[in-house]
Design a protein around this ligand. Sequence first.
Ligand SMILES: Nc1ncnc2c1ncn2[C@@H]1O[C@H](COP(=O)(O)OP(=O)(O)OP(=O)(O)O)[C@@H](O)[C@H]1O
Ligand SMILES: [Mg+2]
Length: 243
Amino acid sequence: MEILQVNNLCKTYGKGETQVNALRNVSFSLEKGAFCAVIGESGSGKSTLLNCIGALDTPTSGEIRIDGHNLFTLKEKERTIFRRRNIGFIFQSFQLVAELTVEQNIIFPLLLDYCKPDPAVVEEILEILGLENRRRHLPNQLSGGQQQRVAIGRALITRPKLILADEPTGNLDSRNSQEVLDLLVKASRQYQQTILMITHNNALAASTDKVLRVADGCLYDDCQSNPKNTTGKGALYRDEKLS
Ligand SMILES: Nc1ncnc2c1ncn2[C@@H]1O[C@H](COP(=O)(O)OP(=O)(O)OP(=O)(O)O)[C@@H](O)[C@H]1O
Ligand SMILES: [Mg+2]
């Protein structure tokens, strides 16, 4: 079952001399439970792609479907609610609420949706993340790796179908990077969540199911570089560009 479908996506910033074609006719899809890495040089369009898929940015043209719902034909308010319930975000800079504890940060998306957190689910997430004995700490009392684990917990709590991670290990050392990756792999396996993760770390990219490479706004399938991880249930690439 396809969770994400991206069809002929284009994003152009600015006009005239300052115009940038950040995404050029990008098409691909991801199956439920796939863990896909997005790689590419700085400025190639990776974050633009993720931000459009997460409805944090508006495409110039093209279509994005998440679990069959056309993201940009939803009304703005519906889109905000849809995003909150179906998409989890993890950013390089963690983006935790400084005044809230670990536990409060994790349940924050539920509170925004007026939902009561299930204590058993909160416990399970704290345990998976190894944060049981940090639950009442504030973000500035945690290491970088611990803060990123809180951000992962916040992305997992609503059990979103799709997790978008923009360089989640960009501020972490190699040991913490591997831990974060292991947690994401666990999530995609245990909860059948689909993950799209931008990374500059080739070793991390190599341990995902599928690698998509962005170069100058175009998307290329690098599955040949990941033959060992081709599980058959990973991403399906439709619009392969070879030149
Ligand atoms: N708000 C904006 N206005 C104008 N141009 C933008 C805007 N956001 C991004 N761009 C341009 O779009 C292109 C793609 O940017 P993007 O942030 O997607 O790159 P990236 O691949 O994520 O790079 P990095 O690895 O450095 O994070 C770049 O040339 C950038 O200058
Ligand atoms: Mg970026």
